[in-house]
Design a protein around this ligand. Structure first.
Ligand code: CA
Length: 223
């Protein structure tokens, strides 16, 4: 899942991105309002964290324009402007949430999960495929009674597979949804992560859920 982070304080921007990445999100960042507007119009994010006081164009104006253009990406304002009139203004412009700085990362991540859930339209934020369960609220993965520990990248690959279960996915599709497009050329890495996932998900199980479709890619099958 892709999140846009717009924050002109570079250290804070980097920190937010790092926290999101370690939770398995793919993150783009920018530092001013004009770029933020460009990113929002060009890419279909699952959510955006938007500062209000930004160089170029302020966050309120960015969202006002984006909503006018029909862009419905969920947006969370993260701002030092904490007066009631600011919060009401932000929500009235079309934000889904508003957090006042200073903030706790745990709370920000929880609110991002709520935001992303809106986009995914999976209200309980739990995905099931056969006896495989991914609980994105608790960041837990289970196969039957067995809890499975995954690295952030493994988690991201599995989440993409389970959201598209029973559909054949090419390596390019997986790559485009998990890795930064700029980095590119990761097909081999995808095979490696699929191998890790198989070890953890399918090892010692009668039914192998992660299946190879020769010459095409992979499929996560429920039965
Ligand atoms: Ca700022």
């Amino acid at each position: 899942m892709k999140i846009l982070v717009v924050e002109d304080e570079k250290d804070l921007n980097r920190l937010i991105c790092k926290e999101l990445e370690s939770d398995g999100y793919l993150v783009d960042c920018c530092f001013d309002g004009v770029s933020a507007y460009d990113y929002l119009t060009l890419e279909d994010y699952d959510g955006a964290i938007l500062d209000v006081m930004l160089p170029g164009m302020d966050g309120f104006e960015v969202l006002r324009r984006a909503r006018k253009d029909g862009i419905s990406i969920p947006v969370l304002f993260l701002s030092a402007k904490g007066e009631i009139k600011d919060i009401v203004n932000g929500l009235d412009i079309g934000a889904d949430d508003y957090m006042v700085k200073p903030f706790h990362f745990q709370e920000l991540l929880a609110r991002v999960r709520v935001m992303v859930r809106k986009k995914a339209d999976v209200h309980e934020n739990i995905y099931r495929c056969g006896d495989l369960v991914m609980d994105c609220n608790l960041h837990q993965v289970w196969r039957g009674e067995r809890e499975i520990e995954l690295s952030p990248k493994e988690y991201a690959v599995l989440l993409y597979l389970i959201r598209n279960q029973n559909i054949v996915l090419t390596r390019d599709q997986i790559e485009a949804n998990i890795w930064d497009s700029e980095q590119g050329g990761y097909s081999n890495v995808i095979d490696v992560y699929i191998r890790y996932l198989r070890k953890k998900i399918d090892h010692d199980e009668d039914f192998k859920m992660i299946q190879t479709v020769r010459g095409v890619g992979y499929i996560l099958k429920s039965q």
